[in-house]
Ligand binder design. Sequence first.
Ligand code: TLP
Length: 354
Amino acid sequence: MKNIDLRSDTVTLPTEKMRKAMANAELGDDVYGEDPTVNRLQTMAAERMGKEAGLFVPSGTMGNLVAVLTHCGRGDEVIMGNCAHTFIYEGGGVAALGGVHPHTIPNQPDGTLLIEDIRHAIRADDPHFPKSKLLILENTQNKCGGMSISREYMLEAAAAAHDAGLAIHLDGAWIFNAAVDQGVSAVDLVDMVDSVTFCLSKGLCAPVGSVLCGSREFIEEANRIRKQLGGGMRQAGVLAAAGIVALEDMVDRLGEDHDHARALAEGLSEIPSVLLDKGSPNTNMVYIKLDPSLGVDAETCAKELKRKGILVGTTGLRHFRLVCHYWIVDEDIPKIVRGFQDAIDDLRTEISGS
Ligand code: TLP
């Protein structure tokens, strides 16, 4: 039985077309800037983001770290949401490796940061304080529910930061999901930021990699920092080739994942003990929780689901995240709903029998 894997869209495998492109990629040494396939991907990525240049990096985490270290020096401060991936899930890299001080403000349920909180967080010029240098935004906002954030909000937040002389980096790991959700081009959501990272290895199915985009001058400096971090790759065109296919073929279909997420949320919310945790999905993520009266925790339920061939991520005591992607097809949706119903019924029987 094939597992239905909803833990993340990072589990997506490269498509046949990607594998062929990887096998046939024209290669060179990218640290010399001589890998034609990497160069092509970087040019394409920069065009898709409306920026002057792009830099291929091994992961979203490295892309964000390189961006922060390019924008900030030791003792500078970066403002970000308390639910930001850069704050919670990147090993504290900006502080550990860059001596950059994270200053968090609350993410709102819709994934945004209040503009007044941004303005208030920016430090006055006073030797007691670190220097506020950078604002990080995240679109879609993963932990708030894969929330897609509008151009209007992005413009307002960018103005708040720029007015005070801060730069803005966008963690756009899922920026194409946001663009597809809103029926706009990714450029519309990123033309106000100074740098943006997006991931090829999530819903776009490439096996490895992200691209950091910004001005030519910014990317030249970012290239130096990537090298410092050990991210200079040699014949990286093998990987970039899959990234090119990802950009060409996999962006326009992301709406299917969003439709699946909505159908899944609808089906699951009909199970009496299952509640939608973050409302109806904007994009490809479904966050749910179990009613406490069920007396079952998420880990136990996830183990039961695994026995039934369904892999899910747990995000709290009774909470789950289910991510739809290319390898989740129409027929899987009723199977997942039935799997949850059966797992809950089995666990309820177990509890009442014990
Ligand atoms: N997100 C992954 C991992 O945390 C496992 C996931 O499944 O949610 N920015 C955002 C908003 C992200 O969610 C992620 C990864 C990254 C950056 C980092 O990307 P990678 O995993 O390529 O370092």
